[in-house]
Design a binder for this molecule. Structure first.
Ligand code: 3EB
Length: 349
């Protein structure tokens, strides 16, 4: 038994199945040669991107606002199996499935239908490979604010996503963390992480669950949770959704990016407090976050936001700054985050 335990530990099945870091872009080709590379996410419009034909590679076209070009690297302790199926490219180990889908919307009658189709393909891919539970999704949508058939395209996205996800068992219980942003690309890009067993849905006591927003924000509920907590044996991951200056369901501090940032950080603090008190996640301070991604509507806010964010996070949390349209028109800043940590032992008594 003890021997078996040790073997399992050595095999890594008690530890998290991948790690994430931001690194200087350097040589993409040498990163792609790493045996344990699960996913590689680049940002901005890169030269020569068309020549990179690897199902672990994703390019998010949002321009980066920092000085150094950064890539996001996901590494597994073993060699993933990779492949392509239709418009989905994937990379998987025995514990997680990473997938990415890019879609030409012209094939569909609109955003709602394209989104429905995209998520139907994702769900089918998950089923085929045996990872039925989503843990997190990232959604980059062309012309996110444009009206189409009397409906803003972000809202049409919400409609399509809801229509397909509601066909899955216990759909509301299994809502997962998400990011939804505009992209300057012509194609919709969705990437996702899935597993064989579900994580926990985490909500934020300062915010109405997006699933219960009043219908003026979207004709069908935005189907995501504020975070997903996934325990991986002795380790745990907290995947935090794009989080903004929303209290209750209303945007706060319209027109004031720094006040929006402060409100967003208060939301993140309330969220991690909730994950700690409900699920014993060992985190109490925002400085313990592993990674933060900041989305700014206006590049001109970058200097002041960077300075304030570093002051609040203590300067030790790697942060990537991207410029893009946040899905609510009046939001100027949004933060998503990742935390790799542990669950505290239960009190004996
Ligand atoms: C919000 O809190 C801001 O529709 O998937 C953030 C993250 C937002 C994800 C989504 C929307 C989504 O409502 C918007």
């Amino acid at each position: 038994m003890v021997e078996n335990d040790r073997q399992q530990r050595e095999a890594g099945s008690y530890a998290s199945p991948f790690q994430v870091s931001y690194e200087n872009t350097g040589c993409i080709q040498s990163l792609l040669k790493e045996k344990g590379l699960l996913a590689l996410i680049s940002f901005g419009r890169m030269e020569g991107i068309k020549e990179i034909d690897d199902s672990r590679f994703v390019n998010v076209a949002l321009p980066e606002l920092g000085n150094e070009p950064i890539v996001e690297v996901w590494r597994a302790p073993c060699k993933p199996e990779t492949g392509c199926e239709g418009e989905i490219q994937y990379s998987k180990t025995d514990r997680v499935l990473f997938g990415c889908l890019q879609l030409e919307e012209a094939r569909f009658s609109g955003m709602e239908q394209a989104t429905y189709h995209a998520y139907r393909s994702i769900l089918a891919c998950q089923q085929r490979h045996g990872y039925p539970y989503l843990l997190r999704t990232w959604n980059y949508l062309p012309d996110i604010h444009r009206e189409e058939g009397g409906l803003e395209r972000y809202r049409a996205f919400c409609l399509g996503r809801h229509r397909i996800l509601e066909t899955t068992p216990y759909f509301e219980h299994h809502l997962v963390a998400a990011t939804a942003m505009g992209t300057p690309n012509a194609r919709m890009l969705i990437y996702f992480l899935a597993a064989g067993k579900p994580g926990f849905r985490i909500e934020n006591p300062r915010q109405v669950s997006a699933f219960h927003y009043p219908s003026r924000y979207a004709p069908r509920s935005p189907s995501f949770s504020r975070a997903t907590l996934k325990s991986w044996g002795t380790e745990a991951h907290l995947y935090i959704s794009g989080t903004a200056s929303i209290v209750g369901h209303e945007t706060q501090h319209v027109g004031d990016p720094l006040a929006q940032l402060d409100e967003t950080l208060d939301n993140l603090q309330a969220l991690i407090n909730n994950a700690r008190s409900l699920h014993r996640l060992k985190i109490s301070d925002l400085a313990e976050l592993s990674l933060v991604k900041a989305y700014l509507r206006r590049g001109s806010d970058a200097a002041s936001i960077t300075q304030r964010l570093q002051a609040r996070l203590g300067g030790s949390v790697p942060t990537l700054f991207l410029q893009g349209d946040i899905c609510r028109n009046d939001l100027l800043v949004e933060l998503e985050a990742f935390h790799a940590g542990t669950i505290m032992a239960a009190k004996t008594q």
